[in-house]
Design a protein around this ligand. Structure first.
Ligand code: TXA
Ligand code: MG
Length: 315
């Protein structure tokens, strides 16, 4: 299923066998919960025991769009979707084909990104076809306009003050969340001390391309210096981290610089396609040099993806 963020591997939430197929197709562990995609606010309300004023204001402002709300689930939501958690992630995607599909099926669709676990997310139908060797039917909705996954927002409205926390940064920033809640005159505060169990799926490595990506945080080092350093470190990497297999070539010879457009909107749109394309170049690793402008707030979600996609960080 195409969405404005990345392509999703979708299953009806009322069909356990289809849900199981998501995990087996992706080789995804059951501890990582799925996001449920709806085509309206009405459908979202039927999945949760707590649709309050804050959820309503945020959905009215940002849906359809790249915001996933984590809310208390009700008994209609299969625990396989939520990895046994009492909360469910809900989002209404901003893509006409996704919305049409969900409303025609008549049941919300659980969908993680349509990539093998730990690997680069897909932003085109072709990416999905390559990822699963054409074993999965794909609705071609063109290239994803945003290009990185939705902002995941944990929300609790059980008390007089709505508490929230961003679990995964995305196109919608914490500033926009705050502005929306303030404009709706909703008392709110950012939750700092959220129990780690409430936010699974925070693996250190994720989005990894087929050849190692090396992130360089230091100024003024050459490609060759990075390659020499990486060669001394790559052998020390474990084979797996939190279930994600790391790519460990025995020796790195020729690295290629990985450069994204300077504009963060264009960079997000290009990120995953470029990681896939550059992995097919005659090169054995990619090197991303951090620049001062990568510290801008709008670059934060991109730097999050790039860090997780990196096998090594040269700091
Ligand atoms: O943009 C997106 O969100 C894309 C498109 C397809 O909608 N989907 C996506 O799904 O990125 P996935 O499975 O790759 O990432 C979903 C992440 C999980 O890894 C987890 O971190 C978080 O969302 N999540 C889902 N349900 C949760 C829950 N109940 N509590 C906390 N985190 C949850
Ligand atoms: Mg994913």
């Amino acid at each position: 299923m195409p969405t404005e963020t990345v392509y999703g591997l979708a299953a009806r939430i009322d069909q356990p066998q289809a849900l199981e197929l998501i995990f087996s197709t992706k080789q995804r562990p059951f501890f990582d919960p799925l996001i449920v995609h709806v085509s309206s606010i009405g459908e979202a309300k039927r999945l949760t025991t707590q649709w309050g004023a804050a959820a309503n204001a945020l959905a009215a402002r940002f849906w359809p769009g790249p915001l996933t709300l984590i809310l208390p689930k009700n008994s209609s939501v299969n625990p396989m979707i939520t990895s046994g958690l009492e909360s469910v992630g809900i989002r209404c995607p901003d893509h006409p084909m996704a919305l049409e599909l969900i409303s025609k099926v008549g049941v919300p669709l659980a969908a993680p990104s349509a990539n093998r676990f730990g690997k680069t997310s897909p932003t085109s139908a072709e990416h999905v076809e390559i990822e699963f060797a054409s074993g999965v039917p794909v609705i071609d909705g063109g290239s994803s306009s945003i290009g990185i996954e939705s902002t995941v927002l944990w929300l609790n409205e059980s008390g007089s003050t709505a508490e929230w926390k961003i679990l995964r940064p995305g196109h919608i920033s914490s500033g926009e969340i705050q502005t929306c809640l303030a404009e709706a005159k909703i008392a709110h505060r950012r939750k700092e001390d959220l129990d780690a169990k409430a936010s699974p799926g925070q693996m250190k490595h994720h989005y990894m391309p087929e050849i190692p990506l090396i992130m360089v945080l230091r100024a003024s080092v050459s490609l060759q210096e990075v390659t020499t350093w990486a060669n001394s470190k790559i052998g020390e990497l474990p084979d797996q981290v939190e279930g994600v297999t790391l790519n460990k070539p025995s020796a790195l010879a020729h690295g290629t610089e990985f450069v994204l457009p300077r504009d963060p909107i264009l960079a997000a749109r290009a990120l995953y396609a470029q990681l896939r394309e550059q992995s097919r170049l005659p090169t054995d690793h990619l090197i991303f040099f951090q620049q001062p402008y990568h510290g801008d707030e709008a670059w934060m979600p991109l730097m999050d993806r790039l860090k997780k996609a990196s096998s090594l960080v040269f700091s």
